[in-house]
Design a protein around this ligand. Structure first.
Ligand code: BG6
Length: 491
């Protein structure tokens, strides 16, 4: 199948870091359909060869195993081209149309790896140039808007020139093999489904912790913050994956309908829950892997008085038959103690104890779905260990675990998130992309938090400082402790 992939923002950070390396991996794995063209688009004045040379230089910075050899690069480079465009100039879209018509392709992917402020213009201009026909698919990167109103405005503009079936909204977490394994665990196995409900589950915790700070994205991040950057999208998508009902089939809309129901069932915020169940933090200077790192306000591009949150922990509930009353805790932050993303499903204790159990709060039955850096599954149980201690005749149980490592089981050369998602766009598979109604519902739910923060002019109530290299502000532990639980690393 022939395809053209037009990469708007073709010299930008995302293109270098994620999209080009993913396209190369797909090419190396032989999964990129033959007969494709990849055309980078940006304002710089470059020839095709200069663009290829730039990409080659960037590839020298990717990890060795993913770096092309000279021979591989020259074959890959044959797919690459470049077009200089000013995205606000209609004449430049006409030029793009001419270039595409020189060799019409069965599928035309327009990947908008640009500032979101340009999404509407680009989509409108694509239509004016007659490039929005049924063979066109548009990929939109997050953030899609800044709040519900701006998200809706983008969706309305984009949908006025393209059908929903042509729009691929990326949430790269959905492309991770570990997240697909979560779907497989829940809907490809019968073992856990009878237990996957309020009668057996005490609470569910979703942690997405990063050791990295804001890197070179200080300016962008300072106007975004952790809630918009991670919670509105990635964390809520994980919450949907873990909380949704089994879809009637594996088609895109069946899956997206069920995710939407979860988002619609999230408990609405009240002034009390907003103040007690949402904790925001901001990292101060500290130590990561033995090295001193600056605080957020000292990062380049960040306002020295910034009140932007780099950490959020919150508690919510899915108000439906399956989950009523079960707390879901979400937590994400930069410059935390460890890079670690996982979901922990904590089961209820036995109804009547005939054994003594270890006292720490994480010693019960739990299923841990490791998302990264490891893709795995841990099932924590209690057993009669080697230590046969008896306390007044009652045996004491010890924690043990069953441990499954999918990377070892399936090999390290697994398809990465961007590679997988790009191949899905080319193939027209929407399963792992976000529909506009899901996205709007997620914005609707986070908006009261944003409003609460922006109306809070009391400096003392801004984000709570935490030292880089820790697990965030202690208020996050206090919040979960009020329910009698603790975060997974606090055992
Ligand atoms: C991106 C955020 O969407 O996800 C970044 O904008 C964050 O701030 C990144 O670092 C995390 O993704 P991953 O795949 O590294 O966990």
């Amino acid at each position: 199948m022939s395809f053209d992939l037009i990469l708007f923002g073709g010299t930008g950070d995302l293109a270098w870091r994620k999209i080009m390396p993913a396209l190369f991996q797909a090419f190396r794995h032989g999964s990129l359909p033959a007969g494709g063209r990849i055309i980078g688009v940006a304002r710089d004045d470059l020839s095709d060869d200069q663009y290829r040379a730039l990409i080659k230089a960037r590839f020298d910075q990717v990890e060795l195993a993913k770096r092309p050899s000279e021979e591989e690069f020259s074959r890959f480079a044959a797919l690459l081209g470049y077009l200089r465009m000013d995205l606000s100039n209609p004449a430049d879209y006409a030029q793009l149309a001419v270039r595409l018509q020189q060799r019409p392709a069965e599928v035309v992917v327009m990947y908008l790896a640009t500032a979101p402020g340009l999404f509407t213009t680009v989509c409108e201009q694509i239509a004016v140039a007659g490039l929005n026909g049924p063979q066109t698919r548009v990929v939109l990167e997050k953030p899609l808007g800044h709040d519900l109103a701006s998200n809706r405005a983008i969706n309305t503009a984009v949908r006025s020139v393209l059908t929903e079936q042509q729009i691929f909204r990326i949430d790269h977490y959905l492309g991770k093999p570990s997240v697909q394994n979560l779907f497989a665990l829940r809907f490809g196995n019968s073992l856990f489904e009878p237990l996957w409900r309020r009668e057996h589950i005490a609470n569910i915790q979703i942690t997405m912790a990063e050791e990295l700070g804001v890197e070179k994205r200080g300016k962008f991040y300072d106007s975004t913050g952790a809630l918009r950057d991670m919670v509105q999208n990635h964390a809520l998508q994980l919450l949907c994956a873990v909380g949704m009902e089994p879809p009637i089939n594996a088609h895109a809309d069946a899956i997206r309908d069920e995710k939407l129901k979860v988002l619609r069932s999230l408990k609405p915020w009240t002034p009390e829950t907003l103040s007690q169940h949402v904790i925001r933090g901001q990292y101060a200077a500290g130590t990561i892997d033995g090295e001193a790192v600056p605080g957020y306000r000292q990062e380049p591009g960040v306002n020295p008085d910034s009140r932007t949150e780099t950490f959020v922990a919150l508690r919510t509930e899915i108000a439906n038959w399956r989950w009523a009353g079960v707390p879901f805790y979400l937590r994400t932050g930069k410059r935390l103690a460890q890079s670690d993303a996982h979901i922990e499903v904590n089961f209820r204790p036995t109804p009547h104890a005939i054994f003594k159990s270890p006292q720490d709060c994480n010693a019960g039955n739990r299923l841990v779905i490791d998302l990264q850096p490891r893709d795995g599954l841990e099932l924590h149980l209690l057993a009669q260990g080697a230590d046969q201690r008896q306390d007044r005749g009652t045996p004491t149980l010890a924690p043990v675990q069953l441990d499954l490592d999918f990377d070892k089981r399936f090999g390290f050369e697994r398809v990465g998130a961007y590679e997988r998602l790009l191949l899905d766009v080319i193939a027209g598979r929407l399963n792992l992309f976000v529909r506009s109604d899901e996205q709007e519902e997620a914005w609707r739910w986070v908006e009261p938090i944003l409003d609460g923060w922006s109306n809070d002019n009391h400096q003392a109530k801004g984000p709570r400082p935490y030292n880089a290299g820790t697990w965030g502000p202690s208020a996050a532990s206090a919040m979960i402790a009020r329910d009698g639980y603790c975060w997974s690393e606090e055992s």
